[in-house]
Each structure stands twice: as structure tokens, then as C-alpha cells.
Design a protein around this ligand. Structure first.
Ligand SMILES: Cc1cc2nc3c(=O)[nH]c(=O)nc-3n(C[C@H](O)[C@H](O)[C@H](O)COP(=O)(O)OP(=O)(O)OC[C@H]3O[C@@H](n4cnc5c(N)ncnc54)[C@H](O)[C@@H]3O)c2cc1C
Length: 500
């Protein structure tokens, strides 16, 4: 209980009464979990969010051109479809609005505690409670905890010599500076991944000179993006089944892409031909085309979609540099052949700190064991959701749950429903704890790693899917429908059930 006379030092934390479920993060995953728990009749929920607003990815990634690269009708929750998407691939602001409207529609604000940065999550064996400590000196506890902190929520800067020496303006794609005026400026962009190819076509319109630093060219596919006609919105509103049918069609179309993306098959060759055709069609200059041609199998890294990236690179004020960066200096970037490029501003489109084996804050399980130590040789979980030694703890977007070909939210829905089943089991059977067996986790992961060995992701290229030593703790080696099938069943034989 709170004691206002005590200071909020770690020793004297302000303690809140225990909840049934504690969720870390108010992005798509945390909010979706709260909705499904609520629909299952579980309303004693607390969501801890370190920022002052909901939305996660879509609150933070507001750079020019930011948009989803999976069609909105599939990149949204099936239980909260939006008939009013303005385009097939909606922009960041619209997705952010959708999330905020979802919070209102499902009355989620009551559960959220903003500005609560979780710094420690620990299991109290004696009481069967998870306790979350936050930076503000408060402590929240609950019978079950859900880590929905998002794997792409901490921007990462590249490990380049002299990065602190640069005196000009620096902007990371995930923390855009909307006040900076790019007009007429000399701008450098580091990175040519998913965010960069959305930013570059917008920046090239304003910047005096735009220089793009590429380490590895990506496979870029055409993007079937168009405005939603009014009649379609009306149809979706009057006949929601028609939107569900389109969603199903999009889902199946993306499922078929697994044959190109995940495994090396004749469909992979077809996809590569389409990628090469797109490049040939949009880039006339042979030398530039060569610089932009990937030398690795499609699917090995994230496939990008864009119609305006290649044209942007060919604007007179844009230049592509493929020499590796040697260092940052006071006024710009020096490449290995000794040329110094001077900039007013450098944009870091360099992605996120994807902790393959670490955790975003210390997570202490049964007997005080540390999750970061258990994951030292690679993150592992059972069905990507539970970890042996961490009773009543659930993960969203956990190890080996990433898709390369379909909407993350499709996977997330399966995880969330699994979590709700787990929490209901704890409550209905009045358990102190539900703990996955180590043997079940080992067997599950042996299967996952064996299947991963045959995928394009493990075929030899370097990507953020793999750790430095090549361990893949990120991707799920199968169709989304396979994943959904495995998540349908909570097999209690794989768990130890402890009564109070
Ligand atoms: C630019 C971009 C575009 C993307 N486009 C697509 C797409 O088109 N299709 C697709 O399938 N996927 C896409 N993704 C992947 C995307 O991350 C997921 O689809 C989804 O948004 C993840 O939701 P989440 O709730 O798991 O994480 P997030 O949205 O990152 O939310 C996590 C929340 O947890 C909070 N948090 C983190 N740490 C703490 C802490 N210690 N204490 C308290 N709160 C904390 C964060 O502030 C954040 O609000 C994209 C990702 C990015 C970055």
C-alpha cells in the first residue's frame, strides 16, 4: 500500500495493490492483450507504459513517408477492423489514430499508467506474484505478467567511429525532429532499409543535396498502393463480411509469399525475377542498377516495397554512395576511400536495438534467476510465449515469432489468445503458478532450429534476424497458419501446475 510520507527511493517504493494481469507496453500488443482479456471477463489489468501516450511503433515513427508495408486491411486487428482506411498502405499518422480510437472504443484508458518506465520485473516465489519496479519509484504487482515492450522500440545508432564528433544536426528515424527545416540543406542518410526507403523519396523533395549511404542493397518490390474509393468504405461499413473477405484474400496472398521468402523454391526465383524487373524498369543507368542489385537470396533480409525509392535516387540532387563509411568527422562523413562528405544534417535510418539474447530490463524468475543469463546463448521460449523458470510470465513478439511474409498482427493475435487461455487457466484452477517445463521448451526449440536451418534467413547473409554468431532467435520458420495452429492449444502436459 502507498505511504505518502516515505520517499520514492527503491527501498521505499510506492506500492500499488496487486492486479490480476500486469502488461508492460501500450503498443499494438499490450493493448490487444488488454482487449482480449477484457472480452474474457478479466478486467483487473494494469498496463505500464514508459511514454506519455499509447501507440508504440506508430507513436514514435512519424518520419516523413512513414507507413506500413503490409496492407492496412491485414495490418490491423481482425476483432477491430477499420472500414475507413484511406489507402491500401496507410501512413503512420493514420495507424496511430486507429490505435488511439481502439483505446477509446474498448475503454482501455482506465488500465494504463503512463510515464511508468519499467526498470525491473521480478517473480516473488512465496506469494506467486510478479513485481514491476518503475523509474518513478513505484511498484506494481500482479499474478501474471505480459511483456509487450516491443522488439523494435529502442532506436539504435551504428557503431561508427567518431559518431560523437559530428557537430551538425542528427536525427534518428524513430525520433523525428519535426521542427528541423530541410529546405536547401545538405543531408546525409545512413541506411537503406525499410525506414530509409520511405524517408528518402520525401527528403529529396526538400533537401538541397541528399546523399544516401548504402551498405547492402535490398530487394525492393513494387507496392500496390492506392487510395480507397468511397464505395469501398461504404461497402465495408454496410457489409463488414466484405472487409473480412478481403482480409482473408490478403492473408492467403501473403501466405503464398512464404514459399518465396522462407524457403528456397521456384517461387523464390520468380520473386527475384520480379525484383530485378522492378529495378530494370525504374533504373536506366546500368552502373546504378549494378550498385542496387542484391547479391544474396531474396528473403534472407527483409523484403522492401516501394514505387518511389528508385526514382528518388535518380533525382539530380540525390547521390548514392556505396563506399563503406570509415568514420564520422566534425562536419560530416568520411568514406574508406578518403573522401569527406559535409552535411548540415545526418539522418540515421539505422533501425533498432534488437536484443537477441538480452532483455530490455532485468527480468528475475523463480529463485532469482536472470532471463538475460538464461538467454546468454540465444533467446528461447516455448511457443515464443512462455519461458521455463519464469512462471506466469507471457511474452508477445517473443523469440522465433517474427514473420517475413505476413502481418505481425496475425501472429500477435494468436499469441494474445494463447496468453488469455493461460491466464484463464491460472484463475479457473486457482493456481499459484503455471510454469512451462524445461523439457517441453527444449524439444520445441530443437524443432524450431532444425527447421530454421533450411530457411533463406539462415542461408548466409548478415541481417538483424541473426545474432553476431549466426543464431536465429527472431523468425518463425513456417506459415502463419502453422503458427496459429500450434497456438490454438494450451497443452497442460507441457506445464507444471502449482496450487496455492
Ligand atoms: C517503422 C516500422 C514499420 C513497421 N511496419 C510494419 C508493417 O507494415 N507490418 C508489420 O507486420 N510490422 C511492422 N512493423 C513491426 C511493428 O513493430 C509491429 O508490427 C508492432 O507495431 C509492434 O507492436 P508492439 O506492441 O509489440 O511493440 P511497440 O509498438 O514497439 O510497443 C511497445 C510499447 O512498449 C513500451 N515500452 C518499451 N519498454 C518499456 C518499459 N521498459 N517500460 C514501459 N513501457 C515500455 C514502448 O514505449 C511502446 O509503447 C514495423 C515496425 C517499424 C519500426
Amino acid at each position: 500500500m502507498s505511504n505518502p510520507s516515505r520517499p520514492n527511493t527503491p527501498g521505499h517504493r510506492k506500492r500499488h495493490p496487486s492486479a490480476t494481469v500486469l502488461i508492460v507496453g501500450a503498443g499494438f500488443a499490450g493493448l490487444g492483450t488488454a482487449i482480449r482479456l477484457q472480452q474474457a471477463g478479466i478486467r483487473d489489468i494494469v498496463i505500464l507504459e514508459r511514454a506519455a501516450d499509447v501507440g508504440g511503433t506508430w507513436r514514435d515513427n512519424q518520419y516523413p513517408g512513414a507507413a506500413c508495408d503490409i496492407p492496412s486491411n491485414l495490418y490491423s486487428y481482425s476483432f477491430d477492423q477499420n472500414p475507413d482506411w484511406s489507402r491500401s498502405f496507410s501512413g503512420s499518422a493514420e495507424i496511430f489514430e486507429y490505435i488511439k480510437a481502439m483505446v477509446e472504443r474498448f475503454n482501455l484508458a482506465q488500465y494504463i499508467r503512463f510515464n511508468q518506465n519499467v526498470t525491473d520485473l521480478a517473480y516473488d516465489d512465496q506469494h506467486g506474484l510478479w513485481r514491476a519496479s518503475t523509474e518513478s519509484g513505484e511498484q506494481f504487482s500482479a499474478r501474471a505478467a505480459v511483456m509487450a515492450h516491443g522488439p523494435l522500440s529502442n532506436p539504435s545508432y551504428p557503431d561508427i567511429a567518431g559518431i560523437d564528433r559530428y557537430q551538425g544536426h542528427k536525427i534518428h528515424s524513430a525520433a523525428w525532429d519535426h521542427d528541423y527545416d530541410f529546405r536547401g540543406k545538405k543531408v546525409g542518410v545512413i541506411g537503406t532499409g525499410a525506414s530509409a526507403i520511405q524517408i528518402i523519396p520525401e527528403l529529396v523533395k526538400d533537401a538541397g543535396k541528399l546523399t544516401v549511404f548504402q551498405r547492402t542493397p535490398a530487394w525492393v518490390m513494387p507496392r500496390p498502393d492506392f487510395e480507397t474509393p468511397q464505395w469501398q468504405k461504404q461497402l465495408f461499413r454496410r457489409l463488414p463480411a466484405s472487409q473480412s473477405a478481403l482480409r482473408k484474400g490478403l492473408y492467403l496472398a501473403h501466405e503464398s509469399m512464404a514459399l518465396a521468402v522462407i524457403w528456397d523454391s521456384p517461387v523464390t526465383r520468380l520473386a527475384e525475377r520480379l525484383g530485378r524487373w522492378h529495378l530494370r524498369h525504374q533504373v536506366r543507368d546500368r552502373w546504378l542498377r549494378r550498385q542496387l542489385t542484391p547479391d544474396y537470396r531474396i528473403g534472407c533480409k527483409r523484403i522492401l516495397v516501394s514505387n518511389d525509392y528508385y526514382p528518388a535516387l535518380q533525382q539530380p540532387n540525390c547521390k548514392l554512395i556505396t563506399w563503406p563509411i570509415a568514420r564520422l568527422c566534425e562536419n560530416g562523413i568520411r568514406t574508406v576511400e578518403g573522401i569527406e562528405h559535409q552535411f548540415d544534417c545526418i539522418v540515421f535510418a539505422t533501425g533498432f536495438d534488437v536484443s537477441h539474447s538480452g532483455t530490455p530490463f532485468p527480468v528475475r524468475g523463480s529463485g532469482g534467476r536472470l532471463l538475460s543469463e538464461d538467454w546468454q546463448r540465444g533467446a528461447q521460449a516455448y511457443k515464443s510465449v512462455n519461458v521455463a523458470g519464469y512462471p506466469n510470465l507471457f511474452l508477445t513478439f517473443g523469440p522465433n515469432s517474427g514473420p517475413g511474409h505476413n502481418s505481425v498482427l496475425v501472429y500477435m493475435e494468436s499469441q494474445i489468445d494463447y496468453i488469455v487461455r493461460g491466464v484463464k487457466t491460472i484463475l479457473n484452477r486457482n493456481l499459484k503458478s503455471l510454469a512451462v517445463r524445461d523439457s517441453a521448451q527444449q524439444a520445441y526449440n530443437a524443432g524450431i532450429q532444425k527447421r530454421l536451418a533450411r530457411t533463406n534467413w539462415n542461408s548466409g547473409c548478415k541481417s538483424w534476424y541473426l545474432t553476431e554468431d549466426g543464431f536465429n532467435a527472431t523468425m518463425y520458420p513456417g506459415f502463419a497458419s502453422q503458427y496459429a495452429r500450434q497456438m490454438k492449444e494450451l497443452d497442460l502436459r507441457d506445464y507444471v501446475l502449482t496450487p496455492p
